[in-house]
Design a protein around this ligand. Structure first.
Ligand code: HPA
Ligand code: ZN
Length: 322
């Protein structure tokens, strides 16, 4: 699908294709517990979010240098631009890399260089990108605050903060203070909420973290009052259809509640989350919902326009894309 769109929910570490896992392992002398790309791929059968996160964090061990982060990001932008993505707001998980001794400058410089390279290569498509620093919610609030402090010298290259990783048992309320601090620093705010966790976490993300978008948010449908509020305030939801199926929220794409979210009048966008793990980049998520949920071309155009509206682009660039 070549409708111009913005991708608002993608984890750069989740764009590392199995081939790149092996290439970086070889280059960085990291031993992998798999003998081949095919064997690694065969492990991508997930039962829930945690079963995915276990392998997602394990594979990150191969990411060591500025060059690795640059190549990963450039490759993601190249593929996304091919699938009609004109702007991407890319999550990254610094705590996962800092824990292995990779330092913040290598991470942020590598990611930014990758964006520059991707933009230059995809010059024809005019793709642009921004970075969103995510805190790991299964780590402490203090660790999140330390991470934000380490990122302060790089804030010219970071547009906002997010919240990801294992959701249940780690409510947004745990991170109120670090989100307050991020806002003081001029950063925008988003958070994963209502992926596996309850609708109440979506409320907390809005009321306590004061997020401008909710990542996933599918569980909001359990709470009619919350649905009314999301409609009234037109809070963007960054829905990730293939991800939701692969992590077991729905048994098949045909069972996804995306059409219901749209029928409720919510501001829905379609995104890839971790495309190297879930079977598709942004364009492939669009094609899949068209095929299995019967969304019309007009509905898909609306969803793509929503993604541009819900992005952190300035008004001029938004109108150029709409
Ligand atoms: N949910 C939470 N954390 C994540 C995800 C996700 O889908 N992908 C990468 N980190
Ligand atoms: Zn996500």
């Amino acid at each position: 699908m070549d409708i111009p769109k913005a991708e608002l929910h993608v984890h750069i570490e989740g764009t590392m294709e199995p081939e790149m896992v092996f290439e970086l392992a070889r280059r960085n002398d990291v031993e992998l517990p798999y003998s081949s790309v095919a064997e690694l791929r065969s492990r991508y059968e997930f039962s829930d979010l945690q079963s995915f996160l276990d392998i997602y964090y394990a594979n990150m061990a191969v990411l060591r240098t500025r060059r690795d982060f640059r190549e990963l990001t450039a490759a993601y932008l190249r593929e996304s631009a091919r699938q009609g993505v004109r702007h991407a707001e890319i999550f990254f998980d610094p705590q996962a890399h800092l824990a292995r001794g990779v330092e913040m400058p290598a991470i942020v410089d590598g990611l930014s260089e990758g964006i520059t390279e991707g933009i230059t290569e995809g010059a024809g498509s005019g793709v642009t990108a921004e970075l969103i620093l995510c805190f790991l919610r299964d780590q402490s609030a203090e660790s999140a605050m330390d991470t934000l402090r380490l990122a302060e010298p790089f804030l010219d290259r970071i547009i906002g903060v997010g919240l990801d990783s294992a959701e249940v048992g780690h409510p947004p309320s745990k991170f109120t203070e670090v989100f307050d601090r991020a806002r003081e620093l001029g950063l925008r705010a988003v958070a994963h909420a209502g992926e596996e966790g309850p609708a109440e976490y979506v409320r907390e993300a809005l009321d306590l973290l004061r997020v401008e978008r909710v990542d996933h948010g599918i569980r909001a449908l359990d709470d009619p009052e919350l649905v009314d509020r999301l409609r009234r305030e037109q809070v963007p939801l960054t829905v990730c259809p293939l991800s939701n199926v692969r992590l077991g929220s729905f048994s098949h794409l045909s069972q996804h509640t995306l059409p219901r979210l749209m029928a409720e009048g919510l501001m829905v966008t379609i995104n890839s989350d971790d495309p190297a793990y879930f079977g598709g980049y942004a364009g492939e998520n669009f094609s899949a919902v068209r095929e299995h949920l019967g969304l019309t071309r007009e509905q898909l155009r609306q969803v793509a326009a929503n993604s541009v509206q819900a992005s952190f682009l300035d008004r001029e660039r938004k109108s150029a894309l709409l």
